[in-house]
Each structure stands twice: as structure tokens, then as C-alpha cells.
Design a protein around this ligand. Sequence first.
Ligand SMILES: *[C@@H]1O[C@H](CO)[C@@H](O)[C@H](O)[C@H]1NC(C)=O
Ligand SMILES: *[C@@H]1O[C@H](CO)[C@@H](O)[C@H](O)[C@H]1NC(C)=O
Ligand SMILES: *[C@@H]1O[C@H](CO)[C@@H](O)[C@H](O)[C@H]1NC(C)=O
Ligand SMILES: *[C@@H]1O[C@H](CO)[C@@H](O)[C@H](O)[C@H]1NC(C)=O
Ligand SMILES: *[C@@H]1O[C@H](CO)[C@@H](O)[C@H](O)[C@H]1NC(C)=O
Ligand SMILES: [Zn+2]
Length: 311
Amino acid sequence: MGLSKFSWVSGIAIVFLQLVTGSFGWGQHGHYVTCKIAEGYLTENAMAVVKELLPKSAEGELAAVCSWADLFAVRSHYYWSRALHFVDTPDFRCNYDYTRDCHDSSGRKNRCVTGATYNYTLQLMSACHNSASKSRYNLTEALMFLSHFVGDVHQPLHCGFLGDLGGNRIHLHWYRRKANLHHVWDTEIIDTALKRFYGSDLNIMIESMQKNITEDWSNYVESWEECDANCTVCPNPYASESVKLACKYAYRNATPGSVLGDEYFLTRLPIVERRLAQGGIRLAATLNRIFNSSCGLISNVGKGEQGVSFA
Ligand SMILES: *[C@@H]1O[C@H](CO)[C@@H](O)[C@H](O)[C@H]1NC(C)=O
Ligand SMILES: *[C@@H]1O[C@H](CO)[C@@H](O)[C@H](O)[C@H]1NC(C)=O
Ligand SMILES: *[C@@H]1O[C@H](CO)[C@@H](O)[C@H](O)[C@H]1NC(C)=O
Ligand SMILES: *[C@@H]1O[C@H](CO)[C@@H](O)[C@H](O)[C@H]1NC(C)=O
Ligand SMILES: *[C@@H]1O[C@H](CO)[C@@H](O)[C@H](O)[C@H]1NC(C)=O
Ligand SMILES: [Zn+2]
């Protein structure tokens, strides 16, 4: 059990603190959008493996499980996963450095969103090319974690400053309501846009982003898909982009006690929409590289009750 090291009382206190301080990543809507966009760009091979690994409850829809890693039950059961949703930089440093920044609060290396992205990519890749690995890892979880973390690393404040916990400690108002800056970027901007521009219909928001991908942004999509030096996965540039956006847009004019309204909302929304789209395109590109035609998982289609069967 995730809480075995703690007494129930301190375990619950920590879980409660976590709820209060947040750090959950794009809210449910953001993760759904990212994965819905990804679904449209998967190759046939990748789609086949994804469908095989998804839990039955997802009914073949990747987007259905992209918030799984944020579920209260998952976060309390897999308490060790709490540091894997973000990577923070030293205060007021607008750059990201894997060696310096990728660790948890007790300094354990690789325990951050970019480290976790490598971790779950490697698990899936090794299962593709080595059947012994297939039973070593829970590949359903690897897919759900990877799809979630590629989303999280695109949320600028998931690569914010250590001192304010990526904006969680910046208390302010979102229009009339109390909020913290981190939550504004996880959830409020998206939800306000949904209500104001998309008739509260997430599918309409997704469609309008899909339209942008094929029109306004079409010249960039190829470069979004690229990975340096022909790597399979490349979360580091995504984290670098995020902390730069955090400095330039998220933290700017959002000091403790301020009231954020239309001016902030309307200038930041395009950034949020673009990050959600980039996250989706890059998740698909990553899954396409992992589950390419030489991935051995593809021959298993139809086996197993819940994703792959672990004998
Ligand atoms: C890698 O994945 C395993 C299995 O889920 C997990 O126990 C471990 O903590 C992960 N490490 C990182 C850095 O993501
Ligand atoms: C793999 O993980 C999923 C999601 O947590 C779980 O439902 C399933 O039982 C696990 N499979 C095995 C064989 O442990
Ligand atoms: C589409 O792209 C335009 C121009 O880049 C931008 O202003 C608009 O906010 C985008 N819409 C969505 C839904 O992403
Ligand atoms: C990536 O692969 C392509 C085709 O195999 C090759 O031409 C190119 O030089 C490689 N790029 C790097 C940076 O390794
Ligand atoms: C698939 O990916 C593996 C691992 O990156 C690579 O070795 C292999 O050449 C790729 N196969 C194809 C057909 O691209
Ligand atoms: Zn998250």
C-alpha cells in the first residue's frame, strides 16, 4: 500500500495537504483534450497496441484514462507518484536543466515529470522488443502514466518555481472567486473559455483546436512532432518551453492578492490552447515511435481481460 510507511493519521494529513496545495496538472478537461487530439494522430499500429493496453473500462478510448494518474485513489495508493507530475526550477530561474531540477523534495534523482516520461517510455519500449519485460511491468499503467505526464509537462506551471510550488502558493482571485495561480492554469482558464466561447461543450473546443492544427498551426505541427537526435521521446525541450511560458505569461501580473480578469484571461487562453494541442500532437508522435511496426506487442491482439495478460 502507498501509505504503509506512514501511520494512517499522518498519511491522511499528507493527502489532505496535497489536496489543499494542488499540483494536480491540467485538470480533467485539459487531459481529456490533449489525449483526444492525440487519438486523431495515432498510426494504425500504435492505435492497435494502445487499444490492447487500455483497461476495459476505457472502451477503446485513450482520452478516458488520461486523468487516471490524478484520481484521488491513485494518488493516495501510489503515494510515490506525487513528485512525478511536475518539475520545478530554482526561484526566478526561467530555464530548466534536467540534472539540476529533476528530483523530488528529498533530492532523489529522476523523480519528476520528465524523468517519469523517460521511465514509462522505456518500460513500453522494452516490452515491445523483449517479451520478458512484458510481464515485468504493468503496461496498462505505463501507458496511462505516460499519456498523463506528456500532458502535465506542457502545463507551464508544472515547470514553475520551487518556492511557490509552481504557483500553488500564489493566492489571488480569478474574477470574483478565490483561487491560486496554479489552479488557474490547470483548470480555470479552460473552464472559463468553455463557458464563454464553446457553449460549455468540450467537444466543440476540441474541434476548434483540431481545425487550428490543420489550418493556422499546420506549418508548426511537423516541428512539434520532432525529437532531437532521433530519440523516441524528448520531454526536456517541452519542460524548457513550459518554464519560459511560466515566466513570460503565467507569473507576469499575477502577484499574490491580485485579481485576474478579462485582460489576463484573453491574453493567456491562446497559450493554453496551443499547449494542449502541442501536448496532443507530441503524445501521438511519441506513441507512434514506441509502438512502431516492429513492436512485438502487436501480435497479442485480443488477449487478456484488462490490457495485456501478465502470466
Ligand atoms: C518508474 O516506474 C515504476 C513503475 O511504475 C515506479 O515504481 C518508479 O517509481 C518510476 N520511476 C520514475 C522516476 O518515474
Ligand atoms: C495493471 O494496472 C491496472 C490499473 O491500475 C490494474 O487494474 C490491473 O489490475 C493491473 N494488472 C496487473 C496484472 O497487476
Ligand atoms: C486558433 O489559432 C488562432 C491563431 O493562431 C488563435 O488566435 C486561436 O485562439 C486558436 N483557437 C483555438 C481554439 O486554439
Ligand atoms: C536522424 O535520422 C535521419 C534518417 O535516419 C538521419 O538522416 C539524420 O542524420 C538523423 N539525425 C540525427 C541528429 O541523428
Ligand atoms: C522501431 O523502433 C525501434 C526502437 O526505437 C527501432 O530500433 C526500430 O528500428 C524501429 N522500427 C521501424 C520499422 O521503424
Ligand atoms: Zn498530473
